[in-house]
Design a protein. Sequence first.
Lengths: 197, 197
Amino acid sequence: MNLRQQKALQTKRKISKVALELFNKKGFSNVTVDEIIEKTGTSKGAFYNHFKSKHDIFLEKFKEIDNFYVDELLPKLDPQESAKEKLKKFFFMQMIYIEKDLGWDVIRTIYENELNTERESFFLIPDRPLYQILYSLCVDGQKKGEFREDLTPEQMVTIFTRMIRGILYDWSINKGEFSLKGEQEALFDVVIRGLMK
Amino acid sequence: MNLRQQKALQTKRKISKVALELFNKKGFSNVTVDEIIEKTGTSKGAFYNHFKSKHDIFLEKFKEIDNFYVDELLPKLDPQESAKEKLKKFFFMQMIYIEKDLGWDVIRTIYENELNTERESFFLIPDRPLYQILYSLCVDGQKKGEFREDLTPEQMVTIFTRMIRGILYDWSINKGEFSLKGEQEALFDVVIRGLMK
DNA sequence: TTGACAAATAGACTATAGTCTGAGAAATTA
DNA sequence: TAATTTCTCAGACTATAGTCTATTTGTCAA
């Protein structure tokens, strides 16, 4: 990495850091891009060179969630356990992470942004690690004879995905006012019951 | 209703009609408020006197959905049938209505708007007819001994609500590219299975 | 070393949702 | 009917996300 790239990265990091702090303190919609560039001593040009939009800063943070799944969460699952148990734990830890580390304003912002027609959706990238993990767990469950066989693993993943979308959306409009991990568990129990043999 | 109220209502209707036509033709985000007021020969003042926001026009249309549930949909349910069957039909008809009469852009816009912190959410009004209908169907199902009894009807309604949120959100980001009624049916079958005894 | 090139940035400018103020007309009151 | 209040609307104005163009500065090849 040469000097120019280093400087650019430094600018990007500075913007990202300050912006996330501000979002955290005041909420996403109460922070303006002008404020961010003023606080970082940069400019519109710098800002939009590094980020596609104001939302985009959050998206970068949100994308880390997939690293979290792969690096932190997956290794904690015991291969010996039933698929049901693994899925349960997976979702449970996911919710704790979202509740603690991300927070409802991040989720709200991401979910809002994904509804914008203009840009392509992050949620629709088919090879997101999240989907791959869920897929392999569903296949595992079918192999072990736990899950119904009249549904394809793809269909099951879709069902789980929509379950998560539903609860996170609901959590967002409720401004994080209910326990995500508790409510998710209740919903999961119902869905998994519907998917077992 | 006096003359002034009549005129005002006329203005409101004109704005609403033209706006919805434009949204329908060009998509919500490709229509500007300036265009609407120009086409209707009105003004910003008139527009924002009648609607809280550009989104709000859609919300009015969307609120009709609850009338639809009560007036059109509910009477078609045979009280003799099982609660499961009634719920299934209810959701089925709901999806057809949404798919045909509202369309994904309306849903997308509503769902996006509901994520705005500023205004109070329509989804969170606890006595929406939709929730009341679902509630009574869940109570019915428990009375008839079809459904689990370790969950309260409220909890079941919440689960159904999140199921719907999940699939409609997903449908929106997919720009209406999958069959709502088909996919909803598949999801419902899983969820109801998890709720039955 | 120098000149061409490309990347990064500054900041003016644009587009557009939404606010604010005032004016005129209708309703209400005396 | 005259005075007063209130509702509806017009349109100028504001706030803010995002675009565009010019400038600077580092890079690289000859």
